[in-house]
Design a protein around this ligand. Structure first.
Ligand code: NAP
Ligand code: MG
Length: 397
């Protein structure tokens, strides 16, 4: 069989168990069929340290140039990792660095199979969470108030003009917090969501608490509406999809009653919390894909889970692990499919769809890794090691 040719994508390798799985997926499921063309960046912790983390920035810059990237899970160092890897410094999270460079929004989608039923009975199709990953409570200023006194919110413009509002006249001790966001980031968030809805041909929902937060959340609502009316209304009409804003209380009720199959955009905190609820209700973190979409139309695909450290330590002792490679496989298929779509390379896009189908068919035939076997319904459920599972997918492919 002649291998499928492709234009280059950015490949970012990573750490621990997912680095092992990365190689297996490439060797067994992709390279035999595709003349793999990648610009390779090793984001493994040792190389980030050796390059003073320049490799992460270079990988982000390459993504702007090539438009499509696939990333393996990486360690975000903490004090223990600094010791373990004898690091020069506690490097920042690569995902944060890449997100800052690409100005993107993270979309997370559960991978559904018929043998694992969502906890919400009527969910028939995946719900994608689009989380704004900038500002709000994650960048807040806050402290404890020691006792009686006045708290004020003050803004001083460059021209010296001030806004001042009393927050509260404390009669006792308490707590105080202030947070911010900015129009440019909210606009980028909105455009990423509209672009992603178009690329997925799915409805976009957005919800905030604008009835209570009449300036802050109202600004999010207004910016989304303004950009939709000016830039996306016609495109949505053409595809027969809709943009729908509703109060967050109403949204949670509608999400539970829904059949799924849409994108739900949320502010930073709401998205953080709701994505854990939605992924758990759909089954497992190991079955969640994640893609960073920039407002300029760059795409970076990865698995939603981490480097699965506990499995890696067992692997190092020579044990065969049953680590689920599905989200990593879907990161690759997602990136190859996007490359194919952007270039009109139908063979590549079709290969990606076949690869995903082979994965789902394998699981539906009862062959899966241990994490899924625990959740699966059906008689003939077989627990496979990672290598056995990948071999089963390959033989179907
Ligand atoms: P994790 O790697 O997602 O693993 C947490 C637990 O979830 C695992 O111990 C395992 O449970 C289960 N799990 C996750 N993925 C699985 C898979 N594919 N197959 C089977 N089970 C799976 O999260 P973590 O242990 O909190 O973090 C480990 C490292 O990953 C950290 O250094 C963190 O910085 C990094 N991280 C990176 C990313 C990223 O690059 N996007 C995201 C999150 C975390 P059992 O052990 O019970 O089987
Ligand atoms: Mg969370």
């Amino acid at each position: 069989m002649e291998k499928i040719k492709m234009n280059p994508i950015v490949e970012m390798n990573g750490d621990e168990m997912t680095r092992i799985i990365w190689q297996m997926v490439k060797d067994e499921l992709i390279s035999p069929f595709v003349l793999l063309n990648t610009e390779y960046y090793d984001l493994g912790l040792a190389n980030r340290d050796a390059t003073d983390d320049r490799v992460t920035l270079e990988a982000a810059e390459a993504t702007k140039r090539l438009g499509v990237a696939v990333k393996c899970a990486t360690i975000t160092p903490n004090a223990q990792r600094v010791e373990e890897y004898k690091l020069k410094k506690m490097w920042k999270s690569p995902n944060a660095t890449i997100r800052a460079a690409l100005d993107g929004t993270v979309f997370r989608t559960p991978i559904m199979t018929s043998c694992i039923k969502p906890a919400v009975r009527n969910w028939k199709a995946p719900i994608t969470i689009a989380r704004h990953a900038y500002g709000d409570v994650y960048k807040a200023a806050e402290y404890r108030v020691p006792g009686p006194g006045r708290a004020e919110l003050v803004f001083t413009g460059q021209d010296g003009v001030q806004f001042k509002e009393t927050v509260y006249d404390y009669e006792c001790a308490g707590v105080l917090q202030s947070m911010y966001n900015k129009d440019s980031s909210i606009e980028a968030f909105a455009r990423s969501c509209f672009e992603y809805a178009l690329s997925q041909r799915q409805d976009l929902w957005f919800s905030t608490k604008d009835t209570i937060s009449k300036q802050y959340d109202q600004t999010f609502k207004n910016i989304f509406q303004r950009i939709y009316d000016a830039e996306y209304h016609a495109k949505f009409k053409t595809l027969g999809i809709e943009y729908f804003y509703t109060l967050i209380d109403d949204a949670v009720a509608r999400v539970i009653r829904s059949k799924g199959g849409f994108i739900w955009a949320l502010k930073n905190y709401d998205g953080d919390v709701m994505s854990d609820m939605v992924s758990t209700a759909f089954g497992s973190l190991a079955m969640m894909t994640s893609v960073l979409v920039s407002p300029h139309g760059y795409f970076e695909f990865e698995a939603a889970h981490g480097t699965v450290t506990r499995h890696y330590y067992r692997y190092l002792k020579g044990e065969e692990t049953s680590t689920n490679p599905v989200a990593t496989i879907f990161a690759w298929s997602g990136a190859l499919k996007k490359r194919g779509e952007l270039d009109g390379n139908t063979a590549l896009a079709e290969f990606s769809c076949r690869l995903e189908k082979a994965v789902l068919d394998t699981i539906e035939a009862g062959q899966m890794t241990g994490d899924l076997a625990m959740l699966a319904e059906g008689e003939n459920v077989q627990t496979l090691t990672t290598a056995q599972f990948i071999a089963a997918v390959k033989s179907r492919l």
